[in-house]
Design a protein around this ligand. Structure first.
Ligand code: ATR
Length: 271
């Protein structure tokens, strides 16, 4: 069948993107095949994109570790993808590979406007980690009007983001986090610490400004030790599930020109 969509990555077994997209495909009665997850080796990504083009695929989501590689393989990229040098959404159109990145808008739409006003606009955010996800989050937080501090184990990666994005933000070491916490309104963990139930003790939530907002990009487990500790100290918490859903919604809109509903039923299906 034509017009297939899928997600590529490695590993990909745990991806829940098919559940999200297939829910909306069914809900909206769209006449396309099932959204699949496809594991690829790096050396096969280019030929896979060519195959998709030949087989009239509609588009692909791209996840770790191929977001930078696919950026290089696109014929046309959106301004955001160009800025981030990474692609998470590919569309095949008129024999061209078109790349976009819906991670920043996914992050933006995952936070209610009330909370954006209360914790982000003209406030100070601490972003922990300096990998691919941190790049999208820093880019978007800046657009949302936040002052940003980035803390990472490897300082050079923070500096690279600062140079590439041309955004002015402060950089600190993981050890220095404690000394700035009383100024912080919004904390986001973008590191992988917390996946597989590992502990993340990078923040002493007793020292964090009272009633702050704590966000962890991890959504499995639903509540990491990071979020549990924050909640116990009276902070508001959020995991990464809504960001995943909203970045998927933006990709869905690009391919099918339909704004899918982020309903409680969908969220329940995923939890
Ligand atoms: P993603 O694309 O999901 O952001 P990534 O690019 O691999 O993933 O980035 C992972 C981030 O988690 C990095 O900032 C990494 O720190 P380094 O830049 O120093 O490698 C951080 N990270 C991973 N394991 C960590 C650990 N045990 N302690 C502290 N930071 C860690």
């Amino acid at each position: 069948m034509n017009n297939h969509t899928a997600v590529i990555g490695k590993p990909i077994e745990h991806s829940i993107s098919p559940k999200i997209h297939n829910f909306w495909i069914k809900e909206n009665g769209i006449k396309v095949g099932e959204y699949k997850k496809i594991s690829l080796n790096k050396e096969n990504v280019k030929s896979f994109l060519e195959k998709c083009m030949a087989e009239n695929y509609k588009g692909l989501n791209v996840t770790v570790p191929f977001k930078e590689l696919t950026f290089e393989l696109c014929d046309i990229v959106s301004p955001i993808a160009k800025k981030l040098q990474a692609v998470n959404t590919i569309t095949f159109s008129e024999n061209k590979i078109i790349g976009d990145n819906t991670d920043p808008i996914g992050f933006n739409n995952s936070i209610s406007s009330n909370n954006q006003i209360k914790y982000i606009e003209n406030k100070t955010a601490l972003v922990i980690g300096a990998g691919g996800s941190a790049r999208s989050i820093i880019y978007q937080l800046q657009l949302m009007g936040s002052k940003i501090v980035n803390a990472n184990r490897t300082k050079s990666k923070s500096e690279k983001i600062k140079n590439n994005l041309n955004i002015n933000f402060d950089i600190c070491s993981l050890q220095d986090i404690s000394s700035i916490l009383k100024e912080i309104d919004f904390v986001v963990n973008t590191t992988s610490l917390g996946i597989n139930e590992t502990d993340n003790n990078l923040v002493d939530f007793d020292l964090l400004k009272e009633n702050s907002y704590v966000y962890d990009l991890i959504y499995n487990p639903k509540k990491t030790s990071f979020l549990m500790n924050a909640e116990q100290r009276g902070h508001q918490v959020q995991n990464g599930l809504k960001m995943l859903i909203f970045q998927a919604a933006a990709s869905f809109k690009i391919w099918h020109n339909i704004e899918p509903q982020v309903s409680d039923q969908l969220i329940k299906t995923l939890e």
